[in-house]
Design a binder for this molecule. Structure first.
Ligand SMILES: Cc1ncc(COP(=O)(O)O)c(C=O)c1O
Length: 385
């Protein structure tokens, strides 16, 4: 029993998920752990360490603020894993990115020549990955010839190291979709001759879904996010693919009260009791990221039993129907699990996502800073959390 509201993160699960993903790859295949968005809400720095302990050899983030935070962390910094900044880096940050040795993604000739010139002026080496937009329609050039010209220029420039050739799939998580195949072919057609010309470059394309779905996408490295945290990229039960959810969201029953038939609970009176029942009040709400869309639309595990969240989710609390039984009063102070296991019952982030008509990514990323993160290794509390 714990009288806090928290997201517990088991770093050992992240380690095992990484090891499990590496098991999918051919020998020598590398895993880049995607730890952007504060490690998908799990805590970027802790997760980066856990992923590297589990065998990942690269880290990826979205932008410079995240890269900076990782690079200045003593422990992560000391592990010396290459750090890929996948999103755009503004010109004002380029010098810092080069000094820090971050891996930069390039998709225009103009940007490439600006980087090469800056690196030459600084008398330093800049590490670049060229991105082909094979169909995602976001960053990257759609023009394969331009992408080749960028890669060739990078390889020829004295202060530039061509490190990678990359793309990103739009529909890897949609198993019945043909577009995935189309993207893969487009990417292979572009990357193969370049890889032949520059055998040392890393070819990388796969996110978690592609990694688990099709070994042809693995190339030299995969970039996995959601699966390292133990969530299923296809929105299914993570156990089906041997993934261990690393995060548990739990609170406690802070008050129990009898709600007579006809009485209501919460804003807008969206729950009115049809019979006498006990309500448990649990101190977690949309201020913690437990979304209002879960009003009358979620279960909570209390005393090893699934109980319905009733009424409107408030900023700081929810109400749960504990039932009419006299033993309901004894549930005061009991742990309330919102995501995780209790007894034989389990609520996954995928279940919560389905109820909200979204994806587990958004559920995890949406947990706010107010929700305290607690780190452990298989139940052993981590020392300086
Ligand atoms: C470019 C890129 N690569 C890899 C990933 C990791 O994707 P996933 O979390 O589905 O494994 C992301 C995440 O959105 C991404 O933007």
């Amino acid at each position: 029993m714990s009288l806090t509201t928290q997201a517990g993160v088991n770093l050992a699960s992240i380690e095992r998920n990484c090891t499990r993903l590496l098991g999918e790859l051919r020998e020598g295949g590398q895993l880049c752990a995607v730890v952007k968005a504060d490690g998908y809400g799990h805590g970027m720095v802790w997760c980066a360490q856990a992923a590297l302990a589990g065998g990942a050899t690269w880290l990826a983030v979205s932008g410079m603020s995240e890269a900076r935070e990782l690079a200045t962390d003593e422990e992560v910094g000391s592990l010396k894993a290459p750090l890929l900044v996948m999103g755009p880096i503004p010109p004002s940050d380029l010098e810092e990115a080069i000094v820090q040795g971050f891996d930069i993604v390039v998709w225009s000739e103009r940007y490439m020549s600006a980087i090469a010139q800056l690196a030459a002026e600084m008398d330093m080496l800049v590490r670049v990955h060229v991105k082909l937009d094979s169909g995602m329609g976001r960053f990257g050039t759609r023009d394969a010839e331009e992408a080749t010209r960028i890669a060739t220029a990078a390889a020829a420039a004295p202060n530039v190291q061509l490190v990678g050739l990359m793309t990103h799939f739009a529909t890897a998580d949609e198993l019945e979709d043909d577009f995935f195949e189309e993207q893969l072919q487009r990417f292979e057609l572009w990357a193969s001759p370049l890889k032949q010309a520059h055998p040392e470059v890393l070819v990388h394309a796969a996110n978690s879904a592609a990694t688990l779905r099709d070994p042809r996408t693995h190339f030299d490295m995969v970039r996995c996010g959601i699966a390292i945290y133990g969530m299923d990229p296809f929105g299914r039960d993570p156990r089906e693919r041997d993934l261990e959810p690393a995060m548990e969201v739990a609170s406690h029953v802070a008050a129990v009260k009898l709600c007579h038939a006809g009485e209501s609970a919460g804003y807008g009176r969206r729950f009115t009791a049809t019979h006498d029942t006990y309500l448990g009040v649990v101190p977690i709400g949309y201020g913690d990221g437990w979304r209002r869309g879960l009003s009358n639309n979620a279960d909570v595990l209390i005393g090893g039993v699934r109980r319905p969240l009733v009424g409107t989710v408030s900023m700081d609390s929810i109400t749960v129907d504990l039932g009419p039984g006299p033993d309901a009063e004894r549930l005061a102070g009991e742990t309330a699990v919102l995501i995780g296991d209790q007894g034989a019952e389990r609520i996954t982030a995928e279940e919560v996502a389905r109820r909200l008509d979204t994806i587990s990514y958004e559920v995890a990323c949406g947990l706010t800073r107010r929700l305290e993160r607690r780190y452990c290794q298989d139940g052993l509390r981590c020392r300086d959390e």
